[in-house]
Design a protein around this ligand. Structure first.
Ligand code: ZN
Length: 204
């Protein structure tokens, strides 16, 4: 039997270590889609007046910008409505009507989910509701006011570019993803071969 002290020691030690997270070819697929969409859409820099108005609606000081979702110090501006869903552009762009200050934790946890659904989700462990934060209804109300303030640009890519050019662009993107998938299959096989070789050397 392991003593409670020993259990605590083991737990502390395993918590102290963290394996670096690694990317695979497959986990890079969404980065390819995001890059393909980001390369197309305009990024509109807001005027100082718009920034002032945005912060006022969100109840923030210019010198103390906070995450709209959780209230922690803000590290970035997050797309309120996602740019990509199901590997296709939604038509929304990078402009202040579609951006709010956020912290990295919330931004990552929210991902491409609709903001309201994510905020209210008690089982998303990093959502404001999942974290048990106070004032969630107040935060939701501020975001609703924010959405009413400016109507967001919505780009109809196919209407602007024509069907042929649009489909061609996405077929290029799909071809890259297919190559990545193929590369991952090969990597998986090689990974096993390397691990088997290393294990064999250890035993010998
Ligand atoms: Zn946050």
């Amino acid at each position: 039997m392991t003593s409670p002290d020993e259990k605590a020691r083991l737990k502390a030690l395993t918590t102290a270590f963290q394996m670096p997270s690694f990317q695979t070819m497959v986990s890079r697929k969404s980065s390819v889609t995001n890059a393909a969409v980001n390369s197309l859409i305009p990024a509109v820099t807001p005027t100082p007046d718009q920034i002032e108005k945005a912060l006022a609606i969100l109840g923030m000081e210019v010198t103390d910008v906070r995450c709209t979702y959780c209230g922690d110090p803000s590290t970035e501006w997050d797309h309120l409505r996602p740019l990509v869903i199901n590997r296709r552009p939604t038509g929304f762009i990078s402009e202040i009507a579609n951006l709010v200050p956020a912290c990295g934790k919330c931004n990552q946890s929210k991902g491409n989910k609709p903001w309201r659904e994510w905020i209210m989700n008690p089982s998303a462990n990093r959502s404001p509701t999942g974290r048990g934060l106070p004032n969630v209804p107040e935060r939701v109300a501020r975001l609703e006011t924010y959405e009413e303030w400016l109507s967001p640009t919505h780009v109809d890519f196919e209407a602007i570019l024509g069907r042929e050019a649009w489909e061609h662009y996405w077929s290029l993107c799909e071809a890259i993803i297919a190559e990545m998938r193929e590369c991952q299959h090969v990597a998986d096989r090689l990974h096993k071969e390397i691990a088997a070789k290393l294990n064999g050397e250890k035993r010998a």
